[in-house]
Design a protein around this ligand. Structure first.
Ligand code: GLC
Length: 798
């Protein structure tokens, strides 16, 4: 393949071949968009016109200027911005990306494709191949199984309902075709913005190649400069959107079960929590609250008074969240169905009839969320739930799952899963040729849930503008973070799934989805008391902490396993509530910069191969390294500490002498303990435990500070919901010689609600004198300072 012509505009350079094109733009600083069209001739368009392209993922897209020059006697065209440059080899049709220092970030070995024009729709294959040296690591890819570094794996992007799934099941529910390459400590990013069914071979078939294939007619790619992994994530989330700050209550403990029978059982769960003094903020109502699985109905025999139940729950500080599945029961007289039919909101089969399938309701129809009027209509359906006092919605089965087709096969040519995949990986869903307006299911399957989440989010914003929406989704696509939290679907009470949850959530976080969690302690299968404790210990760091289980499995509420498991679970749930100031600040950072709350160690040690392998441990924010026990009966935990100095901080207290990084350590970890380390220069803001959340304007706050020549920490506070005043506190410390100074600066209109504030400073020697604190004590090597609420400077003389 080669290019024989170039059109040059100030913000767009297009390379033309006989039947191919490559268009280059820069939508954001450090980001290039490259549209590869390998089968252009098959589009009946003018000779120099690219077909329009819709993106479901991209929200911010500017037209930044590009510079253009030729090199090597015209054989190479160079398109550049301040941050990156792209060299296109005209005779080969290949390109190479370099950063501002001239370092090669990646190289494309070519793209190709076919168009097969069989009736009634054209089928495509488009491929792109990137050269990838064997020492390049690949991170991200959204919700995928496997280690943190996905090199050597092969993935399918096709949202799929699989239950039960296993540590090697692929695909699962989400498709986020974004990845980070990492080599010699330098990161860069690659996003393939195609909603079609896709596959990627991550240097598995060929150790030096990463190959993507789409079932669509083109490869709309984005390349992101680093150099740090965090820079890549920032740029990717600038492009695809950042998550809104969730309401504080949604960061509290959540309890759910498929199988709670009725309002009385919900009450007894809440009572169970409260009589045992267990923290809880939210209970979910699974599909049985509906009448005959009809969305937006209530089974009045089970739930005679939903609003009464919601207000009773609220009096205990508990919110209710209801499940909403996309399948709408086809039943004349059921208003949601009648409206959907009348408005032409439903997916149709190839013959043009409303497609009928079977999910929980049967027969079921499927709203077409790719269309704006459908999303608007769906969004408004939430009004009744909101008016009954329901606090949020849980979107499930939105791959969409369809157990059986009733008239989906009414089609001229069944274009379904490729024969090799039939019934194996792709779970039952709608046929590839189902009609979504003028699009086919094959093109929009992966964005079905994104549209549903958008509908819910925008609906809730409109219905209750003073509150922040809470939506939880199973399926999604790149950009899902703009609307919804994500949970990793139907896992099982396997130790391997506890371990896997870490790398899955790290992958999701690197792919823009910070607000995520896995069902604690597993949805399918039977958990043990030990597993509940170990899983809760990991779960308190999941941004979304939900205990959920399936019908027919052992009940999983904390008191079901007796002692010592109940007390240990309570302790860790209390630690979750102590951690909320830090978690909330991290969620604010996600909203501002797109960075996830859970971060792989390699995020701040990108050149450290040992850190890359540590995917059963994580950083909570930047400074707290958590290495939980994820194996049965283990009481010790190996961890690798990257560069820096680390304070052993198991269970949120100093648990040993400071250790130098770049070494492997073995920590004691009996059942009640989670090994953690606090990075020198970092701080953790904790409050006191509570039974439920109230406000994120913390009355009691303790900073745990690991003293170092430079200390930096941040705290974000506000009312915990709504869109009112906020305050950002910046803590800066300096330690030089015999003086350690801490300064606090604040910004924002939120009045201070602090009753007590304590600074716990570690790694200092006994002070001679302390200025600026009300009181101080030096105990077991820890300096405890009681400060005034509005303190601004503390000086410790050593
Ligand atoms: C799906 C969901 C699960 C839910 C069940 C019943 O399996 O993933 O969480 O409990 O459906 O609604």
């Amino acid at each position: 393949m080669s290019f024989d012509d170039i059109s040059i505009e100030s913000t767009r350079i297009t390379f033309w071949g006989t039947r191919t094109a490559l268009e280059v733009r820069s939508p954001l600083p450090g980001v290039l968009r490259l549209r590869h069209l390998p089968t252009l001739g098959h589009r009946e368009l003018g000779p120099r016109e690219l077909p329009p392209k819709q993106s479901w993922a991209v929200v911010e897209h500017r037209e930044l200027p590009l510079s253009f020059r030729r090199e090597e006697e015209g054989q190479v065209a160079v398109v550049s911005t301040e941050e990156v440059s792209l060299e296109v080899r005209l005779a080969q049709g290949t390109w190479r990306l370099r950063d501002a220092s001239g370092r090669e970030l990646t190289r494309c070995e070519g793209f190709s494709g076919e168009a097969m024009t069989d009736y009634p729709v054209t089928r495509y294959r488009s491929r792109i191949s990137l050269h990838s040296p064997p020492d390049e690591a690949w991170l991200g890819f959204g919700e995928k199984v496997g280690a943190l570094d996905k090199r050597g794996m092969h993935f399918v992007f096709w949202n799929t309902d699989v239950v039960p799934h296993h540590p090697d099941t692929d695909p699962l529910y989400q498709s986020i075709p974004f990845s980070l390459g990492l080599r010699d400590g330098v990161a860069w990013g690659f996003f393939l913005d195609e909603s079609w069914r896709m596959e990627v071979d991550v240097a598995s078939e060929d150790r030096s190649r990463v190959r993507w294939e789409s079932f669509g007619p083109e490869l709309d790619t984005y390349l992101f400069a680093g150099p740090m992994p965090a820079d890549v994530v920032r740029r990717y989330t600038a492009l695809t959107g950042r998550p809104p700050l969730p309401p504080l209550w949604s960061l509290g403990a959540q309890q759910s079960r498929w199988g709670y029978e009725n309002a009385e059982e919900i009450r007894s769960v809440i009572r169970g929590y409260r009589t045992r003094k267990l923290p809880l903020d939210c209970v979910y109502l699974d599909i049985d609250y509906m009448e005959g699985y009809k969305v937006w109905t209530w089974d009045r025999t089970r739930y005679p008074n939903p609003a009464g139940l919601a207000s009773e729950a609220a009096s205990h500080g508990v919110r209710l969240v209801t499940i909403i599945d996309p399948g709408v029961k086809a039943e004349p007289g059921y208003s949601v169905y009648d409206e959907a039919l009348a408005g032409d909101y439903l997916v149709r089969n190839d013959r043009g009839n409303v497609l009928l399938g079977e999910v929980w309701p049967k027969p079921a129809t499927f709203p077409d969320f790719t269309r704006e009027p459908v999303r608007k209509w769906w969004g408004q359906q939430h009004r009744g739930l909101m008016e009954a006092g329901i606090a949020g919605v849980w979107n499930d089965m939105n791959e969409p799952a369809c157990f059986r087709l009733i008239n989906g096969h009414e089609t001229f040519s069944i274009i379904s899963a490729p024969a090799v995949d039939m019934g194996k990986v792709e779970g039952p869903t709608l046929p590839h040729d189902a009609r979504h307006g003028d699009k086919r299911h094959l093109e929009v399957h992966n964005v079905y849930a994104l549209g549903m989440a958008q509908a819910a989010y925008e609906g809730l914003r409109e219905i209750a503008p003073e509150r922040r929406p809470f939506i939880l989704t199973r399926a999604g696509f790149a950009g899902i973070q703009r609307y919804s939290a994500v949970w990793t679907g139907d896992n099982s009470s396997y130790w391997s799934h506890l371990e896997l949850s870490i790398s899955m959530l790290l992958g999701l976080g690197l792919s823009g989805v910070s607000f995520a969690g896995s069902d604690v302690p597993g949805f399918m299968g039977h958990a043990s008391g030990e597993m509940l404790v170990r899983w809760t210990q990991v779960g308190i760091f999941y941004p979304l902490l939900r205990n959920h289980s399936a019908k027919g499995t052992r009940f999983q509420e904390p008191w079901r396993f007796g002692e010592p498991y109940l007390s240990l679970t309570r302790e860790w749930l209390e630690r979750r509530y102590r951690l909320l100031p830090t978690l909330y600040t991290l969620m604010h950072e996600s909203a501002q910069e797109g960075l996830p709350a859970l971060r792989p160690l390699v995020m701040y040690a990108p050149g450290d191969a040992e850190a890359l392998r540590m995917d059963d441990a994580f950083l909570f924010g930047k400074d707290l390294l958590v290495a939980p026990v994820v194996r049965q009966a283990r009481t010790r935990r190996h961890a690798y500490l990257p560069e820096g100095r680390w304070l052993p901080f198991s269970d949120f207290g100093q648990s040993g002498e400071v250790v130098e990084g770049r070494q492997h350590v073995l920590a004691e970890a009996p059942l009640g303990t989670v090994p953690m380390w606090l990075r020198a220069g970092g701080a953790l803001a904790l409050t006191e435990p509570a039974l439920h959340t109230t406000s994120a304007n913390w009355a009691r706050l303790t900073w745990h500070i690991h003293a170092a020549p430079r200390v930096e920490a941040r705290l974000y506070e506000d009312a915990g919901d709504g869109y009112g005043a906020s305050r950002v506190t910046q803590l800066n410390g300096e330690w030089a010689g015999d003086r350690f100074v801490l300064e606090r600066r604040t910004e924002g209109a939120l009045p201070l609600a602090r009753e007590t504030e304590t600074l716990c400073v570690y790694a200092l020697s006994a002070p001679r004198e302390v200025l600026g604190a009300r009181e101080y004590r030096f105990e077991d090597g820890v300096l405890l300072l009681e400060v005034e609420a509005g303190w601004s400077r503390v000086e410790v003389r050593l």
